[in-house]
Design a protein around this ligand. Sequence first.
Ligand SMILES: [Ca+2]
Length: 663
Amino acid sequence: MLPAIKRLGLLALFLAALVGTSPAAERPNFLVVLADDLGFSDLGCYGSEIDTPTLDKLAADGLRFSQFYNTAKCHSSRVSLLTGRYCIQAGDVKLTRATTSAEVLKQAGYFTAMTGKWHLDKQPTDFGFDRYFGHLSGACNYYLGDKTFRLNGEPWQVPDKGFYTTVANVDYALDFLKEARTTKKPWFLYIAFNAPHAPLQPLEEDYKKYLGRYEVGWDIIRNARLKKQSGLGLFGGEVTPSPRPDHIPAWNDLSEKRRNWESHRMAAYAALIDRVDQELGRLVKHLRNEGELENTLILFVSDNGACPYDRRHIGLNSDPYLPTTTWSDSTGWAWARNAPFRFYKQNQYEGGIATPGIVHWPEGLKTEPGTICHQPVHLIDVLPTLAELAGTALPDEWPGRELEPVSGVSLCPILAGKSLAERPPIHLLFSTDRGLRDNDWKIVSFRSHPWELYNLREDRAETHNLAADRPEICDRLVKAWHDMAEIVLKAPERYRRPVATEASPLVHPEWTDFSKEPREAPPRSARKKRKPGAIRARKDTKLTVENRQFVLNCTGTDSGIAIDSLSPNMPSGPYELRFRLQSNAEGSGEVFFTTDSKTTLPHGQHVEFDVSHDGEWHEYTLQLDTNEQMHALRFDPCSGPGTVRVESLQLRDAGGKVLHQWP
Ligand SMILES: [Ca+2]
C-alpha cells in the first residue's frame, strides 16, 4: 500500500490530467478573494464605470460567470465558501457540521493563510489556517480597526496612524506568501476584504479621484451600466432590466441637498472598490514577479449584493476619509449597483445573491480567454473544486464534529471547458428571505411574503412573476424548498414555516427614507448620552414596563431592545444572558453584542436562539462567548409581529454573578 501522501500525489496527477493540465504540473496555488457587499455591476468587467483594471484583466485572460451565487449575507456566505455546505447545514458560525477548505487543504499538504474579515466563531487559526491577520468582527472602521484584530491567534493592536484595512490585508498576505515559499508547499490564501462594506471610509486620494463623477445620478449610472453589460455580452443574450422600484425616487426628483449627499456617497463607494483593485494589482504583480501567476488559481467573488441599509442618516458635513466619519449605505445606489437586478443584500432575489465571479489560472483553465460561463454555480462549489484540484478527498469524519455531506459540486468540468452535469437545486435561505433555483426556474420570497416564480432563462431580472400562471411549477419548487430545508440543511422548524398567503408591499424600515432630508451629524458634544445600561426600544418596537416586566409590542421589523453602552467597569467575558420570556410573536431570537465602542450594532458577534411563542413563560440561558469586555448589547426576542414579555433579564459573569439586571 502506498503512503497516504504518495496516493494523494497520484490522485492529483490523475485529476490534473482530467482537467487538462500537464501531468507533470505541480499542484496549483489557490488565491480566493472575497469582497464585502460588492454589487453585481460594480466591476468594470461587469458593467461599471469604476476603474478596476486588475480584475478586468484577470477576467479578460480568464473566465467570468454570469450566474455565480452567494447567500446574500456576510457570515452565511463565508460559511458556504469555506465549507462547501449551506450555512445552517454546516452548523452556522460554529461550523460544527463541516470542515473548512483550510483544514482540507492543510491536510493535503498546503500552506494555508488568511487575511481580513472572519465573522465566524473562534478564529481562523482554529479552523486550519496556519497564518491569519485581520478582524474577527462583521465590520470595522477602516482606519481605526476594532478590538477583534488578531495576528496568528494573538490579539493585535491597530496602530494609531498609517493604518488602512484594505492595504493591511495585502501587506500581510505578501508576508504570508514569503513564508509559504520557504516551506516549499503549494499555498492557499484567502483574502476577505471588508470593502466596500459600510462605514464608507475611502482613502482621501481615491475619494478625490471620483468626486463629481456621480452628480449625474443613479438613473443615468444604472442605464450606463446596463448598456455596458449588453456590449460585453455578459448574459449571452438580452436581459430586460428591472425598473426603478417605487421606494427609490427618480434622481431628478430629489432635492439639491439630497443629490449632493448621495453623489458624495457614491464617490466613496467607487473609491473603496478602486482601492481593492489597486491592492489586488499589487498582489498580482508580486505573483508574476515570483513566477507564480501561471499556476495560481485566483477566484474573485463577493459575499452578497449591494447593501441598502441606511442606518445612520448622517449627512455631508464631514469628509469620509476622516477616521471618525462613518457614512452608511444608500438604497438608491444599491439599486444602481445591482444592475440589472432587483433588491439587495439579504434578499434572495438576483440583486441579493448574484456576484461577479472571476477565475484566472493560465496553466489550468482550458476555456478561451475572456469566456463567460452562464451555468448557475454557488459558493458551496468552491471547496469541492479546490479539493479536486489539490487531489484530495473531502473528509467523511473530523474530530469533534458531526459532518454533514458537502452540497456543492466541483466546477472542474467548467474550468476544463465543459458543462456541469445535472446538479441538485440550489437552496436559498437567510432568516425569512428564501428562494430555490432549479434549472431555468426560481421561486423567491421576500421576508416570508408570498412565493414568486420566475423563469430565469427568459427573465433573469425577475420582472414577471409567474406564480399565478404556473402554480404546478411553483408548488413543486416550494415542496422542494421545504424538503431541502429539512433534509439537507436540517434547518430548525422556525425557518420552515409557510410564507404569507396575502401579498403586501415589499418594504424595509432600514431602506433610505426619502421623505426626510439627509441630516448633518450633530457635534459629538451634543449627542445624546445614555447612562450605562440604559435600555431603548428598537425603531419599530413599542416598549412599556409593567410589574417589573418589559412588554414589547413588535411589528416584525426591528423587534427588540438595545443597550448602547454597558458599565465601563464590567469584567471581561465570557458571559451568560438569562431571562424569562412569554411570547405570542413568531420567528427566531437573536442577541448581538460588541466589545468596543467603534463597532456598531448589529455588527460584532451574534447568538441565535429558539423561542417558544406559545404564550407560556419559559426560562432561557444563553452563553455569550468572548474574552473581551462587552460594550453594547441588543436583544431581539422575535422576528415576527406580536407581543413579548420579558422579566429578570440578567447579564452574568462566568461565575454566575449578576453584572446588570433589567428592568
Ligand atoms: Ca457582506
